[in-house]
Design a binder for this molecule. Sequence first.
Ligand SMILES: Nc1nc2c(c(=O)[nH]1)N[C@@H](CN(C=O)c1ccc(C(=O)N[C@@H](CCC(=O)O)C(=O)O)cc1)CN2
Length: 296
Amino acid sequence: MTAAIIDGKAFAAGLRQRVAQHVARLREDHGLVPGLAVVLVGDDPASHVYVRNKGEQTKAAGMNSFEFRLPDDAPESALLERVAALNADPAVHGILVQLPLPKHMDAAKVIDLIDPAKDVDGFHVVNAGKLAVGADGIVPCTPLGCLMLIRDRLGPRLAGLNAVVIGRSNIVGKPMAQLLLRESCTVTVAHSKTRDLPALARSADILVAAVGVPEMVKGDWVKPGAVVIDVGMNRIPKADGSGTRLVGDVAFAEAAAVAGHITPVPGGVGPMTIACLLANTLTAACARAGLPVPAL
Ligand SMILES: Nc1nc2c(c(=O)[nH]1)N[C@@H](CN(C=O)c1ccc(C(=O)N[C@@H](CCC(=O)O)C(=O)O)cc1)CN2
């Protein structure tokens, strides 16, 4: 079997277009322009690229983009003050603090200060709690994007399928498991202490790898025909020593020989993250205005 490749880049482009159409209607019918504020602390080169892309894609969708930068050695209080000001700003519907933060800052404390209604990352405990109890809230972008890609391949009815999520982070693994549970999948969350992970992975109709270990999931971990979603983004040295290349948590060629559907890295889950951020910002703006939240 050779898996069908899930083109996250194309799917994300379609989602951004649908968001832009809703944004245009919101402006025409209600004079409302959603606004997204992104706060970047420090000099991490990858974060700078992600934040620039977020700004460009926000504007391309017809929304207002506000960007704030703080130096690497800024005190935590400066970031907390910025978040408090954005909470109070009526032009801002979504707030995102780019992670990772410098070591002297406590990400949990910063996220805790974000107004949950503006927490377009869906990382606040209020939004995590809403997801856990099945209430409407803001869902973290990467797992939301993964679910959209899974649904696109398997249809809306995932009930009864076995899903294995490798990784238990608050940002991806746990919300991914909650989303699949909400779809009535039978969900197992695996982690570094899981016994016989290859056998567990082989039981999965849906296998999500979000562990941060380059090419850890081998071909013989994959059930024939499974949907394999690779959230990993790992830079490893090229074989000829001429720089680095990006690989996922899945050994792509091996897994693609067995799976039914598989996301590549790059071009799979990654582009969905920013597209879902735009969708969450639209959702937050509609919710605050008391307007129906569009189905995307
Ligand atoms: N506050 C947040 N911080 C971070 C998040 C997040 O969702 N919220 N996620 C990541 C970074 N990230 C967005 O912020 C992000 C990462 C990767 C991509 C992407 O499109 N990746 C491409 C490859 C890019 C490359 O070549 O390096 C792909 O996979 O095709 C988008 C967004 C951590 N921080």
